[in-house]
Unconditional design. Structure first.
Lengths: 114, 116
């Protein structure tokens, strides 16, 4: 089966600019996750969707980060305005449903804010 | 709150020797534990999980992990390391998320170097 697709692979922006990342999960996977992985740290969950509804966004910095999954398939994660500390790899993952015990991860988008 | 700790930033082992990557956890109920591997410029790949049953769990690429409830540990092991095993390894525990959804809490990672 095709994996989780993410784009772009790399992005460099200046602070205070905006940026958007895209994720296409595995077909049929109802649950979608966005993680932030800062260099030297483990991934941290930002937001979890079940179909097109948000299940958990408790660690999402809502003053600058937003995410949507309008049709319950693809998802976009946006940062506006970006800060230097947002430099990280943003990983998308999906699973069959929220009862699943693990997810399949995409290759991630590496964001550098300068 | 659930948490997971990986006490070693880096593990060095010679090819052909056994390897162990350590992980300890803290959970309020029954633990659901995972190991993932991350190669450079790649996403995380699932290696194995412990949900219930046998304490020794076998996973992908010849890896296995031993669940020890009394020591709250879930160490990753392999009998004979390969140079290609060199990567970043993450231990993870399942936690209850916002409105009942599950989320995975990751450790900080352990970098494994296997020397030829």
């Amino acid at each position: 089966e095709a994996g989780v697709a993410q784009s772009p692979r790399y992005k460099i922006i200046e602070k205070r600019q905006s940026v958007a990342f895209w994720c296409n999960p595995i077909s049929g996977h109802a649950t979608l996750y966005w993680y932030q992985q800062i260099l030297g740290q483990g991934p941290k969950l930002l937001i979890q969707f079940q179909n097109n509804g948000v299940v958990d966004d408790s660690q999402l910095p809502k003053d600058r980060f937003s995410a949507e999954r309008l049709k319950g398939v693809d998802s976009t994660l946006k940062i506006q305005p970006a800060k230097l500390e947002d430099s990280a790899v943003y990983l998308c993952a999906s699973s069959l449903d929220r009862e699943a015990h693990w997810g399949t991860f995409g290759s991630g988008t590496r964001l550098t804010v300068v | 709150a659930q948490s997971v700790a990986q006490p070693e930033d880096q593990v060095n082992v010679a090819e052909g020797n056994p390897l162990t990557v350590k992980c300890t956890y803290s959970v309020s109920g029954n633990p659901y534990l995972f190991w993932y591997v991350q190669y450079p410029n790649r996403g995380l790949q699932f290696l194995l999980k412990y949900i219930t049953g046998d304490n020794l769990v076998k996973g992908s690429y010849g890896f296995e992990a031993e669940f020890n409830k009394s020591q709250t540990s879930f160490h990753l092991k392999k009998p004979s390391a390969l140079v290609s095993d060199s990567a970043l390894y993450f231990c993870a525990v399942r936690d209850m998320g916002g409105t009942g959804g599950f989320k995975t809490i990751f450790g900080a990672g352990t970098r494994l170097f296997v020397k030829a």
